[in-house]
Design a binder for this molecule. Sequence first.
Ligand code: ASP
Length: 439
Amino acid sequence: MAKVVKFGGSSLASAEQFQKVGNIIRAEAERKFVVPSAPGKRYSGDTKVTDMLYACYALAEAGEDFSANLAKIKARYQEIIEGLKLELSLDDEFAVIEKNFKEKAGSNYAASRGEFLNGIIMAEYLGYEFVDAAEVIFFHDNGDFNADKTNKVLSARLAKCDKAVVPGFYGALDDGTVKTFSRGGSDITGSIVAKAVKADVYENWTDVSGFLIADPRIINNPESIEVITYRELRELAYMGATVLHEDAIFPVRQEGIPINIRNTNAPEDKGTWIVGSTCQKSKYVITGIAGKKGFCSINIEKDMMNSEIGFGRKVLQAFEENGISFEHMPSGIDTLTVFVHQDEFMHKEQKVVAGLHRLADPDMIDIESDLALIAVVGRGMKSTRGTAGRIFSALAHSDVNVKMIDQGSSELNIIIGVANEDFETAIKAIYNIFVVTKI
Ligand code: ASP
């Protein structure tokens, strides 16, 4: 039995946090493969080492003196090494980094050093083997992750280790050039490592006790989600619920490995389990609520639209030609509405309208802006009658005008469109009806 444990930046921001992590890892012998992030913020207002590295490298690239910045980064690591009382010097590593910065090795290389150095410290602290991610995680030349080569090389390499540390966030192209994933990408590394060693669980340790049913900036102290399926998570993540990098789901999902989100600062909390499928009912009919502001709706009317073959395609072509992706497209008999991101659409508005007239010849086009979309997600909705009714009566009682309703055919979600200004009220109303009053 093996567990892959990934620790986020706030879990590794200081020697004190490292000690908590050490205790967690030593508590279970199965925690054999460790994926660390770079040191994050120690307190609010602090700077993450990754951001310090980007800033330092920007100076190097501009040909300016970056020695003071690099010294500050070194001091962050030194503080951890001394706090853990390790006999370890990173002088050689920093000499190489300085040389490579001067030779303009690139911002990907620069940022990756945060995880690289933290990985060296972690391996020394735990007595685990250090495996440089640049030797086992690969990208294609076009920048896409090379899943096949990675899985082959990484699983062969880790089969030789009993216990190992693989730094998160980066890998390399075939020619050895270091390349990072997008920000927060250590989550992806954890998932890739879990797949390669066929782990039983991928534990992702962060600073919250899992996913919350709703955004804590809107709902005071929301309950956390105990079990969520990958599909539910996709729906919530798409609507802005962040804890885990979106792309971290795919490698483990293919292998049916569950992810357990845990809190380094409250290790006794069970956290959230993310699973392929489950017979476990969620505690409430809904699993979670998430939403985003800043959408526009383009309402298109044309008599006899329903019998005009290809009408939908022509409408979408006008968006496609302008490089705009659509988010939702509810339709009536003679109407069709397209929801798009306002900031993507705004500058191209008149071009799209002209395109719609040219391609689809509608009777009328009406545009509404400043809309929010809210997704109410739950595998339990399928088997529960009256969910939609409860949502809409709660919204009506809170004086929220519903502008759009879209229930996915999977019955896993209901998407509701409201005015931006009603966004918070609507989320509170839905949370209250399902979680607080349970009427
Ligand atoms: N350190 C990187 C970042 O700040 C990657 C990560 O933490 O996952 O984005």
